[in-house]
Design a protein around this ligand. Structure first.
Ligand SMILES: Nc1ncnc2c1ncn2[C@@H]1O[C@H](COP(=O)(O)OP(=O)(O)OP(=O)(O)O)[C@@H](O)[C@H]1O
Ligand SMILES: [Mg+2]
Length: 260
């Protein structure tokens, strides 16, 4: 393969994906005919009604859940199992209660068999960025839900992952902290331009962050529309009241059946 062809291979490529969960009562079709791509330097957000299969989709991309039909390719390779190099932030923060905050952030380094001393400065810098530098030695149970979610975000960023998957990373935060985290995430992303797929319930958050917003239907979930957000970068919170921003929010909200 030539270098030129290699550059064109997307970070994530999904074709004809379906997911059925079996159960005694007949099972659930969570996803049907989902096809999408995330380019190597793209930030893509997914919005959709509760229960439409968004978390399921992320779990399939990460290799945690197998698809029922269709294929997921990461950098051209078909996904068959979970790998430890994925930067994933789950909907609920999954921290290890027997590890301190700092040791939770360093967990991927231990799991990958890398030298922790090479990553301690970075872990502390990430905790500072997330406003948690005073909590490095705390236990997860001593943190609020929002703080735990910020630790999970630091953990996803500690090892330079090939791409980031985030499932409502800021859902548990208050509005002000959420806006600050959005700006921080944008800043980190503009430095690394890492392929990112982020799920959110907030249409405004999706428009603020994304190069493209994918709108999903109700269950079984499929992509209803793929909307390019051509707002200039860097983005700042003042843009949220500009006409172009509000028009995207209005359009996506109407697709979701949400009205002001
Ligand atoms: N492990 C599982 N076993 C059986 N059914 C499941 C499982 N995980 C999810 N489901 C079902 O699949 C559907 C999609 O669930 P999923 O968690 O992917 O939705 P979601 O879009 O992330 O919702 P939310 O916005 O509320 O987080 C739901 O009907 C759910 O009950
Ligand atoms: Mg979910």
């Amino acid at each position: 393969m030539t270098v030129q062809q290699d550059i064109q291979i997307p970070a994530i490529e999904i074709a004809g994906l379906a997911k059925r969960y079996a159960s005694r009562s007949g099972g659930t079709v969570a996803l049907r005919d989902v096809s999408l791509t995330v380019g190597r330097h793209e930030f893509v957000c997914i919005v959709g009604p509760s229960g439409c299969g968004k978390s399921t989709l992320l779990k399939i991309i990460s290799g945690i859940e197998p698809p029922s039909d269709g294929l997921v390719r990461r950098f051209g390779e078909v996904v068959t199992e979970p790998t430890p190099d994925i930067g994933m932030v789950f909907q609920a923060p999954v921290l290890m209660k027997w590890r301190t905050v700092l040791d939770n952030v360093l967990f991927p380094i231990d799991a990958l068999g890398l030298k922790r001393r090479d990553y301690i400065d970075k872990a502390q810098a990430l905790l500072k960025l997330a406003g948690l530098e005073a909590f490095a030695k705390s236990w997860p149970r001593q943190l609020s839900g929002g703080m735990q979610q910020r630790v999970a975000l630091c953990r996803a960023l500690i090892y330079d992952p090939p791409f980031l998957l985030m499932d409502e990373p800021f859902g548990a935060l208050d509005a002000l902290t959420r806006d600050q985290m959005n700006v921080e995430l944008m800043r980190i992303w503009s430095e690394t331009k890492k392929a990112t797929l982020l799920i959110t319930h907030s249409v405004a958050e999706a428009v603020f962050l994304a190069d493209r917003v994918l709108v999903m239907s109700g269950r079984p979930g499929t992509i209803l529309e793929d909307i390019r957000i051509d707002l200039p970068r860097p983005r700042h919170t003042g843009m949220r009241t500009e006409a172009a921003f509000m028009e995207h929010v209005r359009h996506i909200s109407s697709l979701l059946g949400v009205h002001d």
